[in-house]
Design a protein around this ligand. Structure first.
Ligand SMILES: Nc1nc2c(c(=O)[nH]1)N[C@H]1C(S)=C(S)[C@@H](COP(=O)(O)OP(=O)(O)OC[C@H]3O[C@@H](n4cnc5c(=O)[nH]c(N)nc54)[C@H](O)[C@@H]3O)O[C@H]1N2
Ligand SMILES: Nc1nc2c(c(=O)[nH]1)N[C@H]1C(S)=C(S)[C@@H](COP(=O)(O)OP(=O)(O)OC[C@H]3O[C@@H](n4cnc5c(=O)[nH]c(N)nc54)[C@H](O)[C@@H]3O)O[C@H]1N2
Ligand code: SF4
Ligand SMILES: [Mo]
Length: 901
């Protein structure tokens, strides 16, 4: 097969679904935003623009492995098929399960769902979208009768008021944030309100930030509904014609409705609540964006409906610049919903609620084995694995040992399970470590198919490169297993276009307009048409052959009577309250430059440079109360588990609440999996876990010593009690701490020396020699507990160790930059163990702020002061910082502000 010189494809990270143009040249790939793609019009964020750096095969899973041994595809596939068939024969179809992901393509998803629900005959297929979008799905179905997102991206730009609830747009949906920021710049009268317990980077463009008490959002939106009624700001004719349930919803909202009461329930000043309500009342063009701060909650579905209620009652839906907007997280979260990948869905927006639907899908698939009832949702599925009720599980494209709540139990469940199959692109993850059979999946740039973004837009991911090793497409792997399980006739696929056509046909099959998801207009695409498919928003059918920008424009919904439903919401706070033992609320989420469990973004030095350790952000009052100091280590404990993280004292945090990123895991750190602390509590309707509100305790962790090692190779450093490893430019950075005293360092130094062929005997700095080509220099102050060492080989820096009794250690950036030098200059060598850069060294940048142009905090602050820079534009002109993807603009603005103080 030939590979194209340039191709248009779609970013594999977030649900914005940006188009990417890739040129493949002998010296590597050249990548830029697709100027024609309607999601991004040429823009990319830091992660998207670094995609080219993720394509090497380092760390990839290249061959099928059974019990750790390389084997042929035929053997591995045969073992999976036989293993599943054996369990099914002995214990029935509900004793097996698939756990899949919003990161596989629609075609992969379709085949997995068809195999489990249609032919194995169980609905035990669930997806990581359970942890992500299942709340929004349930809320949409309650309100609209279908899981359909009403709006399109232009609505964000056309709105006069954009409310972001539990969404850190600037970091999690950066290109949409940039579109919003640009729209606001062009029309400064546009208002932006952020509702989030933390002050996030998104607040950079906010006119108002409500630092709401964790979990209190339903009080706010119920209060708003009541206020709008009182102020006569509802669209009662619209409600009369198109909405039902108003009276009950309004009655429920009345319980806590005066502004002082709402303010108290939400823990924000009254003035802010009234400002928000007034703004909302007078601004018809309103878009309310909501994300995981709403979804990941034990009352998330009610909260989402409280938001949608207000849009229905004001008729702000189905019109330009208006609507509730649940933004999807993963690149194909929406595609998974279309094929029915959740355990309580069936296929193509049909579910198990009536025999008719089941019968329809059974006829279409020509099967007599179709599942008759919903399967187990993710948290229950892993519970069933733990109890031995599920005996074989196949995990595809997700890392549940890191991302599911009560993650230590999840690991134990997998280790105790009879047959664990994992399909992944990466060999060493916390989940692949639990697998009996590992199947290498093609990654981005290799695989071929479709994804659907937040605004229902289907785009192509296209093949640009040959597969790594023997990696195969997920749809192919599932098809092959299905054939070996005895279902060849129903799984004849040899290319994704066939699967896509079948999926499109099913969406239109006996669909007389009652199912929102309808892409029957694409069912006849030939292979060439599929290859050339341009981004298009569903529904795509005979009525709207070019797709559909906005839904519900005619006020008709997918309920039996065509009316939307308002839902009576009685607000509930997080399921488990804080108490004296666990006094703080643990909020978890994303950082700008990492993607989930870091399997891909963790390979890119410039993405690792922004924030390179697991951290816990805490307000100064709480820090003081717990006697925690900025920069030291802390132990976090909940009823379920414990972790270590670096303390970041910050005014951005709401007192009583701490924030920890979800990303770190055992593949990059030790004791840093935050989901070990999160309780497996879920929303009763959606089954989505309460990942944002676990009660915890945070205490100082004061080990005997702390330190860091920078080295060309990655070191194991197994005896450290705390460890976080990140890849820098040409070196690995290991942040470490430990309980056991100095000897252990010697062991590590010796181990590192072993790696590079240096002498086992340490050579003092004052007596170089011992080995003709390697040099150790060492500094030790046993009384003070300080130790420093460096090794050079032929003048090139190989490793530096810095150990101290506490966290007061030199900065790493300058030392790291020395790894780029083929020969250490004398001045650099002189400053090495004192970690003092020679005067005027340009490489002493401080923490990297701008990932695109590698500009550090120190450099920016220095330029601001030395050259009197006053604006983002001036910093950009001077240093290029902020001129790439723009994701760091909020941080640069804060540096400008801090310099003024
Ligand atoms: N850089 C980056 N971007 C990503 C991802 C990534 O891993 N990295 N992942 C993608 C995926 S799959 C998803 S689902 C999205 C998620 O995108 P977001 O939902 O925007 O991201 P989160 O950081 O999980 O959480 C959003 C915010 O909810 C707030 N929050 C917590 N509790 C509450 C509450 O009670 N009320 C309110 N109003 N807010 C609260 C948190 O403080 C946080 O700022 O991001 C996508 N984009
Ligand atoms: N505490 C807490 N927990 C959370 C969240 C939170 O906010 N807080 N967020 C939740 C949310 S919203 C989400 S979406 C999840 C995400 O959590 P996960 O899905 O567990 O995280 P990823 O790192 O994205 O895992 C994807 C895996 O699939 C592999 N992969 C990538 N592409 C492919 C492919 O094409 N095929 C195959 N077979 N494998 C592939 C990657 O190497 C990686 O191992 O985490 C959830 N967990
Ligand atoms: S905004 Fe999302 S889809 Fe766009 S480039 Fe960034 S990660 Fe990729
Ligand atoms: Mo997600």
């Amino acid at each position: 097969m030939g590979y194209p010189a340039t191709a248009r494809t779609t970013c594999p990270y977030c649900g914005v679904g940006c188009g990417v143009t890739v040129g493949v040249a002998p010296d590597g790939v050249k990548l830029s935003g697709d100027t024609l793609h309607p999601a991004n019009f040429g823009r990319l964020c830091s992660k998207g623009s670094a995609l080219g750096d993720t394509l090497d095969h380092e760390g990839r899973l290249l061959y099928p492995l059974v019990d750790g041994q390389r084997t042929s595809w035929d053997e591995a596939l045969g073992q999976v098929a036989r293993g599943f068939n054996k369990v099914i024969a002995e214990h029935g179809p509900d004793a097996v399960a698939f756990y899949v992901s919003g990161q596989i393509l629609t075609e992969d998803y379709y085949v997995a769902n068809k195999l489990m629900k249609g032919f194995i005959g169980s609905a035990n297929i669930d997806t990581n979208s359970r942890l992500c979008m299942s709340t929004a799905v349930a809320a949409h179905k309650r309100a609209f009768g279908a899981d359909a997102v009403p709006v399109c991206y232009e609505d964000i730009e056309e709105a006069d008021l954009v409310v972001l609830v539990g969404s850190n747009y600037a970091w999690a949906h950066p290109v949409l944030y940039q579109r919003l920021a640009a729209a606001k710049k062009a029309r400064p009268e546009m208002q932006v309100v952020v509702v989030d317990p933390r002050r996030t980077a998104t607040c950079d463009i906010a006119d108002l930030h409500l630092a709401i008490a964790p979990g209190a959002d339903a009080y706010l939106f119920n209060g708003l509904l009541h206020y709008l009624r009182r102020e006569d700001a509802l669209d009662l004719p619209y409600v009369e014609a198109h909405v039902e349930g108003f009276a009950a919803a309004f009655a429920a909202a009345r319980a806590v409705s005066s502004i002082p009461k709402v303010a108290q329930a939400c823990g924000v000043p009254e003035t802010q609540v009234s400002e928000f309500f007034r703004l909302y009342a007078r601004t018809p063009r309103t878009v309310t964006i909501f994300s995981q701060g709403i979804n990941q909650s034990s009352s998330g579905v009610d909260k989402a409906n409280a938001i949608i209620n207000v849009h229905l009652a004001t008729g702000r839906i189905g019109r330009p610049g208006m609507g509730p907007f649940s933004v999807t997280g993963q690149p194909n979260a929406m595609g998974g919903r279309e094929v029915g990948g959740l355990a309580n869905q069936l296929a193509a927006h049909l579910d198990f609620s009536d025999a008719e639907s089941i019968n329809l899908v059974a006829r279409f698939w020509n099967t007599s084995r179709i599942a008759q009832a919903p399967g187990l949702k993710a948290v229950d599925m892993f519970q069933a694995i733990a109890e031995g009720k599920i005996k074989a599980v196949w995990i595809m494209g997700t890392n549940p040992v890191v991302s599911l709540p009560d993650a230590d139990k999840v690991r134990a469940a997998l280790l105790g399970c009879e047959l664990v199959v994992v399909s992944d692109c990466v060999q060493h993850t916390d989940t692949t470590a639990c697998a009996d059979i590992l199947l290498p999946a093609m990654g981005w740039g290799e695989k071929d198919g479709t994804v659907t973004n937040s605004e229902r837009r289907i785009s192509r991911q296209r093949t640009l490169l040959p597969a790594a090793g023997e990696a195969r497409a997920d749809w192919w792997i599932i098809t092959q297993v299905a054939q070996r399980m005895g279902y060849s006739e129903a799984f004849p696929y040899t290319r994704p276009a066939q699967i896509f056509r079948e999926h499109a046909r099913l969406s239109g099959f006996e669909n007389r307009g009652e199912r929102a998801f309808d892409i029957s207009g694409l069912a006849e695409l030939d292979d060439a048409g599929y290859d050339a498919l341009q981004p298009v928003q569903w529904p795509v059918n005979s009525m709207s052959p070019d797709g559909t920008t906005r839904l519900f424009t005619d006020g008709r919904f997918f309920t039996p009577n065509g009316k939307a439903r308002m839902v009576a919401v009685a607000p509930r706070l997080p399921a488990i309250a804080t108490d004296a033992d666990f006094p703080l609320v643990l909020n978890t989420g994303r950082i700008r430059d990492q993607w989930h469990t870091m399997t891909r973004t963790g390979k890119v030095p410039r993405l690792n440079a922004h924030l390179c350790e697991p951290f816990v952000q805490i307000h100064a009052t709480d820090a003081q109360h717990q006697q925690l100091q900025d920069g030291e280590l802390a132990r976090l404990t909940s009823r379920h588990g414990t972790m270590l993280a670096r303390v970041q004292v910050s005014e951005d945090q709401r007192p009583g609440s701490v924030f920890v990123p979800m990303h770190w895991n055992d593949a990059f750190a030790k004791s840093a999996r935050v989901d070990a602390l999160v309780a497996p509590i879920t929303d009763p309707i959606s089954g989505q876990p309460e990942s944002k509100h676990a009660p915890v305790r945070v205490e100082p962790y004061r080990p005997a010593w702390q330190g860091f090692v920078l080295s060309r190779t990655r070191l194991d450093l197994a005896d450290a009690s705390y460890r976080a490893c990140t890849l820098g430019s040409g070196y690995w950075r290991h942040e470490i701490a430990g309980e056991v005293l100095p000897d252990v360092w010697r062991d590590w130094v010796q181990a590192a020396a072993g790696n590079i062929g240096a002498p086992a005997r340490l050579v003092d700095a004052r007596q170089p020699g011992g080995h003709p080509s390697a040099n150790w220099i060492e500094y030790r102050d046993a009384a003070m507990g300080r130790y420093r060492a460096a090794c050079l080989q032929d003048g090139k820096l190989e490793v530096v160790f810095f150990i101290a009794p506490d966290q007061r250690l030199p900065e790493r950036e300058w030392l790291g930059s020395l790894f780029a030098q083929p020969q250490l200059a004398a001045a650099d060598l002189a400053g090495l163990l004192s970690a003092r850069p020679p005067k005027g060294a340009v490489s002493d940048t401080g923490r990297i702020v701008c990932a695109c142009n590698s500009v550090g905090e120190k450099t920016i602050l220095h330029a601001i002061k030395a050259q009197g820079l006053q604006s983002i534009e001036a910093v950009g002109q001077c240093l290029k910082a902020g001129t790439g993807c723009g994701s760091c603009v909020p941080e640069i603005r804060r540096l400008l502000e801090s310099a003024k103080k």
